[in-house]
Ligand binder design. Structure first.
Ligand SMILES: Cc1cc2nc3c(=O)[nH]c(=O)nc-3n(C[C@H](O)[C@H](O)[C@H](O)COP(=O)(O)O)c2cc1C
Length: 279
């Protein structure tokens, strides 16, 4: 029997974009690139606990991320006690993977710590509120993604949870978040029990522009992407069918257009305005 060809990086790129690609055809599918290309969010976990030492390793990797002006504006809350896990699951009942994950972390933007540092030095904090918010969001998002890469390299699976921003007030209260600290996303972490499909992404030519932004072929590209994606990741139900009807041609773009046609997470916006960011 002929030996099976070892998987190459180009195989992973083809799967990710559902298009032909020769990029990485001479590189074996291993290491950081392979981990990144094979990323999936996991929503079913084994009971196996994650050792504290492993978690500490992942925190160290996560916090090695670059940080805007080295301000390090992030905080991670490990919701560990049963009462905390119970609170978060009860508050977001539509996502049972929150309770199935052995670890649930809350990644927060933290503009409070640097304000304390200003106080220690009697300087006062004068950053523009929108800039301060964006800087803290950027730092914590990068830290969370660094955590995910480290966790996946360790054989763990993760699922980010932005639904925490639908319960911003009660969550901030439960976790005793001071002014200037706000939840960005939760993260389910554990040994995965599922094997979800790779989620096909928009091609690099849609996202990457040379010198000037150019969306002249966007409509055609989106139609093609819908078609490719529908073959690999078909939607099982259509959003807001009562409002928009059932479409014969429902794909990624219809789903995302319907999803973003309603206003979400108003509580987040009012929370940050009240607690540290006078936008
Ligand atoms: C900031 C952020 C928030 C997310 N929030 C949720 C969430 O609340 N619930 C959920 O099930 N998945 C959530 N996800 C996971 C996305 O749905 C997922 O990344 C996307 O569908 C692409 O799939 P993939 O991660 O498997 O490639 C979130 C992802 C990110 C980056």
């Amino acid at each position: 029997m002929a030996e099976k060809e070892p998987r190459k990086i180009s195989d992973l790129i083809r799967e990710r974009f559902a298009e032909p690609s020769d990029i990485g055809k001479d590189r074996l599918s291993s290491g950081t690139h392979a981990t990144q290309l094979a990323h999936r969010s996991h929503r079913h976990f084994k009971n196996t606990p994650v050792a504290e030492e492993t978690l500490q390793l992942l925190y160290a990797c996560a916090l090695s991320a670059p940080s805007k002006s080295d301000l390090q504006q992030t905080a991670i809350i490990h919701l560990e006690e049963p009462v905390a896990r119970d609170f978060i699951q009860r508050s977001i009942p539509a996502m049972p993977w929150i309770s199935s994950a052995p670890v649930f972390l809350l990644f927060c933007g933290d503009s409070r710590r640097i304000r304390d540092v200003c106080e220690f030095h009697n300087t006062g904090f004068a950053h523009d509120p929108l800039d301060a918010l964006v800087n803290a969001v950027a730092d914590s998002a990068i830290v969370m993604q660094n955590f995910i890469i480290a966790a996946e390299a360790e054989g763990l699976g993760c699922c980010p949870i932005s639904a925490v921003r639908e319960i911003t007030e009660s969550l901030a209260d439960f976790c005793a978040l001071p002014d200037g600290v706000f939840p960005l996303a939760g993260l389910c972490v554990g040994y995965a029990e599922d094997d979800p499909a790779i989620s096909v992404r928009l091609p690099t030519r849609v996202i990457v522009h040379k010198n000037r932004y150019d969306a002249s072929s966007l409509a055609d590209e989106i139609a093609e992407y819908d078609r490719r994606r529908q073959q690999k990741n078909p939607y099982r139900h259509q959003r807001q069918a009562d409002k928009y009807g059932l479409s014969d041609n429902y794909g990624w773009s219809s789903d995302k257009a319907r999803q973003t046609s309603t206003t979400d997470r108003i509580s987040f916006s009012s929370h940050v305005r009240k607690h540290g960011f006078q936008l």
